[in-house]
Design a binder for this molecule. Structure first.
Ligand code: FES
Ligand code: FES
Length: 448
């Protein structure tokens, strides 16, 4: 069955949305169409968190609420989900516990960032855990406040998030699960015409066929990159195909010595599995974007768009990962380092999709190091990222470097226990910066 409207849950009701503007963001929908203006626009590029909303997703028979940046999220990504915003929280004259604790702890001054913080805390409130201070700090790392300071906000989070949710959403969970199950009924969505459309296929075959028929379409997974093409570069993208509706592409299989990730698995879905490979992988993931970005962004998308500031490729190359690519019904496999053939250029045919990634686990006698360097903490963009795997017998790990990721003085025989490496910034917008001398400075790299 093909539907011409996306469907999502809002305030307990199903919303059918059939606008043929494929690039409509969730923030514009809220502020301009629904006229819910509690959600604010700050940077409009996924960095400040002012636009944070909560997205409820059905996972293992439960509703999981995650914070996402509405400014770079496209409407197609809402299909089959529940959308909760700051305008929904208060119940008549009674504030939600997260709002009340922000008031009690004086967590707001000008208030511009506050709706975003409240929604980030709402998702932490529903996490089912009593967070430690570090958990709270990590959770709100994607929300910036320029006037209050973070201590009162952290205090508010400690007061509100006790590990036991007792609000309207907790009480209505059974009904929400039933409604979300009904929305995720394996029906494909196609809104618009052959020249201008947004598509949210549910079946893997439909997705592969659509991409092959429309090689000029933009493939969207988490929209953490494509969202900026729309809001910052003002690009008109007439054809958008979302991959998030295909359950097969969210699959994560662990065979013991290999992790297989579907290309639409988000960082937050994959985080537990990837982190088990090595503590350095876990630390890099903690520094990658922020909670909002990890809830939307995908490992497959990070590889597929070949961004020179992509975080995962250096680490995946060091781990020896391989890609499966699909064009129509044809599949092929290649080592991930062979996928990147030149700066900004990948070995991907028009209409071909990154389908899944095979990531080998480390063997007992292999050593692995990965570093993402940030100045002043989180969340870093366009800053150095590097990964090493040391074979017990080999003297040199990578056969070649990733285009756009410069590695100078490649003395790679040993992991960086001695300061013998230099890596250069990958940001293409900064021009060629002077090499940054590698120093294992605790201020930059917190390991293990
Ligand atoms: Fe800044 Fe969305 S407006 S993250
Ligand atoms: Fe003003 Fe946070 S209260 S930016």
């Amino acid at each position: 069955m093909v539907r011409d409207k996306i469907r999502f849950l809002r305030r307990g009701r199903v919303v059918m949305y059939g606008s043929a503007t494929p690039t409509r963001t969730v923030l514009d929908y809220l502020r301009l169409e629904e006229k819910s203006r509690g959600t604010k626009e700050g940077c409009n590029e996924g960095d400040c968190g002012a636009c944070t909303v909560a997205l409820g997703t059905l996972r293992d028979g439960r509703v999981i609420y995650e914070p996402v940046n509405a400014c770079i999220m496209l409407m197609g990504q809402l299909h089959g989900k529940e959308l909760v915003t700051v305008d929904d929280l208060a119940d008549g004259g009674t504030l939600h516990p997260t709002q009340q604790s922000m008031v009690d702890r004086h967590g707001s001054q000008c208030g511009f960032c506050t709706p975003g913080f409240v929604m980030a805390l709402f998702t932490l409130y529903h996490s089912g855990k009593k967070p430690a201070r570090q958990d709270i700090v990590d959770h709100i790392a994607g929300n910036l406040c320029r006037c209050t300071g973070y201590r009162p906000i952290v205090d508010a989070a400690r007061d509100a998030c006790t590990g036991r949710a007792i609000d309207r959403w907790a009480k209505a969970e059974k009904e929400t699960v039933r409604q979300l199950q009904a929305l995720n009924d394996s029906g494909d969505i196609f809104v618009g015409t052959q020249e201008r459309f947004l598509a949210v296929p549910a079946k893997a075959e439909t997705l592969a066929q659509l991409a092959a028929e429309h090689p000029d379409a933009t493939i969207v997974a988490g929209s953490t990159d494509v969202g900026l093409w729309i809001t910052k570069q003002l690009r008109d993208l007439p054809k958008i195909i979302h991959t998030c509706g295909v359950a097969e592409l969210h699959a994560i299989t662990d065979t013991g010595d290999m992790l297989s990730l579907g290309a639409a698995a988000t960082y937050s879905e994959a985080e537990r599995h990837l982190s088990a490979i090595d503590p350095d992988v876990a630390e890099v993931l903690r520094r990658l974007g922020a909670k909002q970005v990890r809830a939307s962004g995908t490992v497959g998308g990070n590889v597929a768009n070949g961004s020179p500031i992509g975080d995962m490729p250096p680490m995946l190359i060091a781990l020896g990962a391989a890609l499966h690519l699909r064009h129509g019904n044809d599949m092929r496999k290649l080592a991930i380092e062979d996928f990147f053939i030149a700066y900004g250029k990948q070995d991907r045919k028009p209409g071909e999709l990154v389908w899944c990634l095979d990531i080998p686990k480390l063997k007992r006698n292999e050593a692995f190091r990965a570093y993402k360097i940030s100045t002043g903490g989180l969340p870093p963009r366009g800053l150095p990222m590097a990964g090493w795997r040391r074979h017990p017998s080999a003297q040199c790990v990578p056969k070649r470097r990733l285009p756009g990721h410069r590695l100078t003085r490649p003395r790679l025989g040993t992991p960086p226990s001695e300061p013998s490496y230099t890596i250069s910034s990958r940001s293409p917008t900064c021009g060629p910066p002077p090499p940054i001398a590698w120093r294992r400075r605790k201020r930059w790299c917190t390991r293990r």
